[in-house]
Design a protein around this ligand. Structure first.
Ligand code: GMT
Length: 400
């Protein structure tokens, strides 16, 4: 089958949409497609030098929380590369600012008398659940979805919410394409506590005495409620030794550290910052905690499942499509660190059950979220778009 020229726009930072986009870029490049990534920097998870090209553009490095600046620089870069490299389509990850930039890029290409690229957009989460509720931004998100030739969401839950929040026609096709995980990069390990002890050198890590290791990874935005992992840790430590490794960075980093100090658990919390490679840290955790207020999918939870580590998560959004309550993890009400601690303690105190859940977690990740079939589904959508755009021009969607 012929290969495609694909432009991917995403955030370079550690958040799930940038990670998902980077993984897709790498998989597509490995399948021989010509991949061009547009981002404010080299995305953290775009591993090493591969057969892709990164275009560093002056644009938003992370999901915007307020008004979006003019997306002109990104639009110009995408239009230029589309023409120069004969790209077939542009795939936007997260609606703003990428969606409006792509619409503009398509016009710039058309103005040059060249064939405009197909536009594909993945709505990832807060672009709908946050921006979609802001009167000023909702219109832009809606325009981006309606102006695209294909729309994807990572969960069926987000598809429903996007349709309702953006006032889209129920007949508008939105394809559910879940996030995927590389089972080689995230896999179970059985060789002790890996690099975690070095994060807590004062503790006794000898077998039988080691503390339980709780892990959380995110972009530390308020929606992640990272403070609840610290509150849960404090509860767990009333009953047994435990530490918490916090991976990532973002606006809540300072307040979370202050909370750990005020709860008297600062020495039991390690902030490992943003990292390119996470697999070993995940595999050495006993439990992964995801106390989000809202979550369209929960890519970090999936990475934990692939690592054979059960997940204790809020029962919100698309999380139940990823974590099966009682089988691969435990779902608790959001904003309830006490419930999260109780679930964690129950699993930590029943090591046979936790081990069985860990095996089920890995099996579920392998059965449902391997890259192969999911990337093939994306390719299928791309090809449909290219055929449609070549035959009829960019889709003129029903704007009612
Ligand atoms: O919506 C966001 O917060 C941004 C995005 C990100 O960049 O972190 O995360 C979303 O996209 C991920 C990849 O599809 C999903 O795994 C996350 O669940 C989703 N975050 C939320 O819905 C809060």
């Amino acid at each position: 089958m012929s290969t495609l020229g694909v432009g991917i726009a995403c955030f370079p930072t550690v958040g799930g949409s940038g990670v998902a986009a980077s993984q897709l870029a790498m998989q597509l490049a490995a399948r021989g497609h010509r991949v061009h990534v547009f981002s404010a920097g080299v995305p953290v998870r775009l591993a090493g030098d591969g057969p892709w090209t990164v275009h560093e553009v002056d644009t938003s490095p992370r999901p915007p929380s307020g008004a979006v600046g003019r997306p002109m620089a990104l639009a110009r870069a995408m239009a230029q590369v589309t023409v120069r490299e004969s790209l077939d389509l542009l795939h936007m990850h997260y609606a703003l600012p990428h969606g409006p930039a792509a619409l503009l890029a398509r016009e710039l290409v058309r103005d040059q008398g060249r064939r405009p690229p197909g536009l594909v957009i993945t709505l990832h989460g807060t672009d709908v659940t946050g921006l979609g509720h802001d009167a000023a931004m909702r219109g832009q998100v809606r325009e981006a979805a309606l102006g695209s030739d294909a729309v994807m969401t990572p969960s069926a839950w987000l598809r429903r919410v996007a349709t309702a929040t953006l006032g889209l026609s129920p007949s508008l096709q939105i394809s559910v394409v879940p996030n995927f995980v590389d089972p080689e990069a995230f896999h179970p390990l059985d060789d002790g506590a890996g690099e975690v002890p070095a994060l807590f050198p004062a503790l006794d890590w000898s077998p039988g005495r080691r503390p339980a290791v709780l892990l959380h990874a995110s972009n530390f935005r308020p929606v992640k409620r990272v403070g609840d992992t610290v509150r849960a840790l404090a509860e767990v430590r009333r009953r047994r030794p435990a530490v918490l490794v916090l991976v990532g960075d973002g606006p809540e980093r300072g307040p979370v550290e202050a909370l750990a100090t005020s709860l008297g658990v600062r020495d039991a919390v390690a902030f490992s910052g943003e990292r390119r490679s996470l697999g070993d840290l995940f595999a050495h955790a006993d439990l992964f905690l995801l106390p989000s207020e809202q979550e369209s999918f929960g890519l970090a939870a999936l990475e934990s499942l692939a690592s054979g580590v059960p997940v204790v998560a809020s029962e919100v959004g698309g999380v139940p499509e990823v974590v099966t309550h009682g089988k691969t993890g435990w779902l608790v009400p959001p904003r309830d660190p006490g419930a999260m601690a109780a679930a964690a303690l129950a699993l930590l105190e029943d090591s046979a059950r936790r081990a069985a859940m860990g095996r089920a977690a890995r099996a579920s990740a392998l059965a449902r979220f391997q890259p192969g079939p999911i990337v093939s589904r994306v390719e299928e959508i791309y090809r449909e778009v290219v055929v449609r755009v070549t035959r009829h021009g960019p889709e003129d969607r029903d704007r009612t």
